[in-house]
Write a protein that binds this ligand. Structure first.
Ligand code: ADP
Ligand code: MG
Length: 243
């Protein structure tokens, strides 16, 4: 029992560390980026401009690690809360739309509408991070045109979230390596996004299926057990009362 306690404490320290890295390191990275950008402009020699480009790339890489891996690092143990899946998907889509539009990509969302909310158990913020990581990969796989479709459905007691892009697709070898730490085909990739996403869904007793056709696109299907269902009508009345 004593040994277990020591281990739990150590885990807690690591998690706190991760959370503070994510908060405290983001600001200096942003500030440094601004100054290096300024140094690289103007009368800098060619050599100095090249050094500046390398420094900017490395700063961006550090920021990406935080975005993919540490954004929602939580102290101690995972939170178990009721997650309203409809609401979270809507939220993730709102976060991703500006990035998609900046890249000339349309986002289409279709939620099954049968007057119910579907609830799953897990850590809401981590679930957000997972959705955003997968959607971001979809956007990054498309070159400035196309559509990413997000579809929510449910079968029996399983929630299905499909995220379908029209991007480059993957080879069988790439699919097999998906989720392996540091596996990336991108120049500035971290190879951490999928590893984190898989572990978040596993923690929710769910599963991720990937189907992909090279050159055509990829579909990520997230399957989650429904923990409960609530009537949309009841919930709406409740909101009205609160207003
Ligand atoms: P990163 O995005 O930093 O490369 P990820 O773990 O998010 O790391 O993804 C790992 C790799 O999986 C990507 O580099 C890419 O090769 C492949 N991948 C993931 N999602 C897609 C997708 N929707 N379409 C094509 N390839 C993908
Ligand atoms: Mg990624």
């Amino acid at each position: 029992v004593l040994q277990k306690l020591v281990k739990a404490e150590k885990l807690q320290i690591v998690s706190h560390l991760a959370a503070s890295i994510s908060h405290e390191v983001r600001n200096p990275l942003t500030v440094s980026r601004g100054f290096i950008q300024m140094l690289s402009e103007g009368e800098a020699t060619q050599a100095r401009k090249e050094y500046a480009i390398i420094a900017l790339q490395e700063l961006d890489r550090a920021t990406e690690v935080i975005n993919d891996y540490l954004t929602f690092a939580k102290p101690a143990f995972d939170i178990e809360e009721n997650i309203n899946i409809n609401e979270e998907i809507q939220h993730a889509v709102n976060v991703i739309i500006p990035l998609a539009n900046m890249n000339g990509i349309q986002v289409k969302l279709s939620l099954v509408d049968d007057h119910h909310y579907y609830v799953a158990k897990g850590d809401r913020k981590k679930f957000q991070q997972c959705l955003i990581n997968i959607m971001k990969n979809g956007i990054e796989s498309m070159s400035n045109h196309g559509e990413i479709k997000i579809h929510l459905n449910y079968e029996g007691t399983t929630i299905h979230i499909n995220i379908q892009d029209e991007g480059t697709g993957m080879t069988q070898e790439q699919i097999d390596r998906l989720g392996e730490p540091y596996f990336t085909t991108k120049e500035k990739g971290t190879g951490l996004g999928m590893m984190v996403s898989f572990s978040i869904i596993k923690g929710m007793n769910g599963n991720i299926h990937v189907t992909s056709e090279h050159g055509k696109g990829t579909c990520f299907s997230i399957l989650l057990p429904v923990s409960s269902m609530s009537d949309r009508m009841t919930q709406d009345t409740h909101f009205t009362k609160m207003v």
